[in-house]
Design a protein around this ligand. Structure first.
Ligand SMILES: Nc1nc2c(ncn2[C@@H]2O[C@H](COP(=O)(O)OP(=O)(O)OP(=O)(O)O)[C@@H](O)[C@H]2O)c(=O)[nH]1
Ligand SMILES: [Mg+2]
Length: 237
């Protein structure tokens, strides 16, 4: 909590009052900036000014995170979340394992509803947070169930997003046989041809003289026919 010095000039007192009444982060940033212009910058105010500047920096980062989350909110039939910010992080887990709770905790606000029953989050849900100066876009993907890779619970749409993430976080409910959950997640991701702990393949597209293309570096994917070809296309950024 910021403690207000007793010897503030009247105009700064009024500006502080306005700041404390602001409801949105956008207004808080504006009003704090205005307040800082009116506070005398002498030695006695050093500690107070430092506190206000720290608060302003936090407000600015919260505002940026809010804007990023709003920009990438999923509406209507749209599912794919375009990458915004410095990194995209996907939270993956079985239904009801605590993905929404974790998302809300990391983002320090109620980004999404936590449900008493599984299958509460049915579409990708996006939040944002700052960590060490980096703006992170965090996506809760709907729960993965058995046979998701074959289509269950929108599995293919979930797996279409996963390769775009810079990091996939497995969220496990420690009360519900976590090892089984982990095995299920890894199994379904592998069946969906999503590579874990490997870099992107370096595919090379060579145009042929006759108007076609040769793709170099994708041989192992082509062994599985059309689904392999689709998988290759998914892995190309
Ligand atoms: N005690 C406890 N409860 C938790 C924790 N994390 C989540 N919960 C509760 O578990 C329930 C499910 O949590 P959610 O965060 O909605 O789970 P989810 O993975 O988002 O679920 P779906 O969106 O349905 O897939 C909610 O009632 C949460 O409040 C935790 O760490 N401890
Ligand atoms: Mg959820």
């Amino acid at each position: 909590m910021i403690i207000i010095p007793l010897n503030l000039p009247p105009e700064a007192q009024i500006a502080w009052g306005k700041y404390t009444e602001a409801k949105t982060n956008e207004n808080k940033v504006k009003l704090m900036e205005n307040y800082l212009k009116l506070v005398p910058h002498h030695k006695g105010m050093g500690k107070h000014l430092a506190q206000c500047k720290t608060k302003l920096a936090k407000l600015k980062s919260d505002l940026q995170a809010e804007k990023l989350a709003a920009k990438s909110r999923i509406t209507g039939e749209r599912w794919m979340v375009p990458k915004e910010g410095d990194a995209q992080i996907a939270l993956i887990g079985i239904p009801g394992c605590g993905k929404s709770a974790l998302l809300n905790y990391i983002c320090e606000r109620e980004v999404t509803e936590e449900g008493e029953f599984p299958f509460t989050t049915l579409k990708p849900t996006v939040g944002a947070a700052y960590a060490n100066g980096s703006l992170l876009q965090i996506i809760e993907l709907p729960g993965i169930i058995e046979k998701a890779s074959e289509g269950a619970n929108n599995g293919p749409r979930i797996f279409a997003q996963a390769p775009y993430a810079d990091l996939i976080v497995f969220v496990l409910d420690l009360h519900e046989k976590p090892v089984n959950q982990l095995e299920l997640l890894i199994d379904e991701l592998q069946k969906a041809k999503i590579k874990l702990n490997e870099g992107h393949n370096n595919f090379i597209f060579n145009r042929t003289g006759k108007g076609g293309h040769i793709i170099v570096g994708a041989e192992k994917y082509f062994e599985s026919g059309l689904s392999g070809v689709k998988s290759v296309l998914h892995h190309i950024n």
